[in-house]
Design a protein around this ligand. Structure first.
Ligand code: ATP
Length: 389
């Protein structure tokens, strides 16, 4: 429907970017990006009015988001073909009107320049994207590409590892050159953070971090010198356990496990990570070591075991489980906590205490804690037991 509106206006429209790349690669398609050689906002507006759909407009960027009534895709991003001009390395590009070729040339790698014409129903491949896909190559379109936009260094590493491609020889040289010229220093931490998070959400995060080390950017990105063999083993295990994107915090806990406080503080301040996460990253190793030592004691009561683990975040439990892997004797306590203790909750509430004639006050907290302790240690199952106590 969008395409026929565009056609009526005499515009050409194309599917573009990751969608066509993933289609050629026979991978699942995630987002729909469409470019219009013409006025994309005008098309979005006519479409919204005609079908009574509320479209989001971003006039500054000449883009629109059109919601889809679809279970797989949430929306289509619509954009006018454009040309980008970088006034100096790392600058946000100046956007001016451009044709399809200009729009393809502003893109990061040849594999992302493929587009599918909705007028001729053919793939248009002006920068040999299909050949590079066939040869499994990540290739930039011009030599200063990484200097213009250093986030492309992270994008190159992300796509290369996601698809198990290689860096085209010149592209690798340009990357190294940009890194040596301190290209990352020319962009904001926000832009680095956005791409770094995408890297850490990838399935091949271990290989991505290995590339960060190979390209000598681990210190620039994480303010640490290295990642040990053991940490890589843990990372690999995490990726086997968690297949979705919700593993960034576990990855960070592992990456910073041997780091000193100064590095963690620099990292958190640079990327504006909130105080709670900062505290968590700094204290994590100490917490793990304490737990390991405590668990060596004999005769721990169930409640003491509960107390050791109950303040941990889910991500710490995932990592701790891997960390304790070889130490079966200790690990069984964690399994006991997760399977038997973690979900124990008391039934009684403030209302019950009021009806028992106890005036509200700090004593309530003391009572709740005692009830929980006894419930865990004595295996109470019913609310009657709690009230009786
Ligand atoms: P993914 O599969 O991770 O979503 P994608 O290719 O769809 O990857 P997006 O980040 O959604 O990537 O970007 C969409 C398109 O915009 C890319 O295919 C690429 O052509 C272009 N693009 C995004 N970021 C840049 C950049 N920094 N420099 C040049 N082109 C970019």
């Amino acid at each position: 429907r969008l395409n026929s509106i565009a056609k009526e206006k005499g515009y050409f429209s194309y599917f573009i970017g990751g969608l066509v790349r993933d289609w050629v690669l026979k991978k699942p398609i995630k987002d729909i990006d469409m470019v219009i050689q013409g006025d994309a906002l005008e098309i979005a507006k006519i479409y919204g009015e005609k079908y009574n759909i509320s479209v989001q407009y971003f006039p500054r960027f000449q883009t629109a988001k059109i919601p889809l009534d679809d279970r797989i895709f949430n929306n289509i991003d619509l954009i006018s073909t454009r040309k980008e001009i970088y006034e100096f390395p790392g600058a946000l590009p100046k956007i001016i009107e451009g044709n399809l070729k200009d729009d393809l040339y502003r893109r990061d790698f040849s594999i992302n320049t493929l587009c599918y014409s909705l007028n001729s129903f053919k793939i248009i491949d002006l920068f040999q994207g299909e050949k590079d896909i066939k040869n499994k190559l990540i290739r930039v379109l011009y030599s200063k590409s990484f200097m213009d936009d250093p986030t492309r260094i992270l994008r190159a590493i992300r796509f290369k590892n996601r698809f198990e491609f290689k860096y085209e020889a010149y592209t690798k040289e340009y990357m190294i050159e940009a890194i040596n010229k301190k290209a990352f220093a020319t962009i904001s931490s926000d832009r680095i953070k956005k791409e770094l998070i995408l890297c850490l959400q990838e399935e091949k995060v271990k290989e991505i971090l290995m590339d960060f080390i190979e390209f000598n950017i681990i210190e620039t990105l994480f303010f640490i010198k290295d990642i040990s063999e053991n940490q890589f083993i843990w990372l690999e295990k995490v990726c086997k356990i968690i297949k979705n994107k919700n593993k960034v915090l576990v990855i960070l806990l592992i990456v910073f496990f041997n780091a000193n406080q100064e590095s963690i503080e620099k990292f958190c301040d640079f990327y504006q990570i909130n105080k709670d996460y900062k505290k968590l990253l700094i204290s994590n190793k100490e917490v793990f070591l304490k737990i390991k030592n405590e668990l060596k004691k004999n005769n721990l009561t169930p409640f003491e075991i509960y107390r050791l683990f109950s303040s941990l975040k889910e991500e710490q439990i995932i990592f701790l489980n891997i960390y304790l892997q070889e130490k079966f004797f200790i690990k069984k306590f964690l399994e006991y906590y997760v399977n038997e203790l973690r979900d124990v909750h008391i039934f009684i509430t403030g209302k019950d205490l009021i009806s028992l004639g106890i005036p509200p006050g700090p004593i309530y907290d003391v009572i709740f804690k005692r009830v929980l302790k006894n419930k865990i240690n004595l295996g109470w199952k019913t609310k009657e037991k709690e009230i009786e106590y």
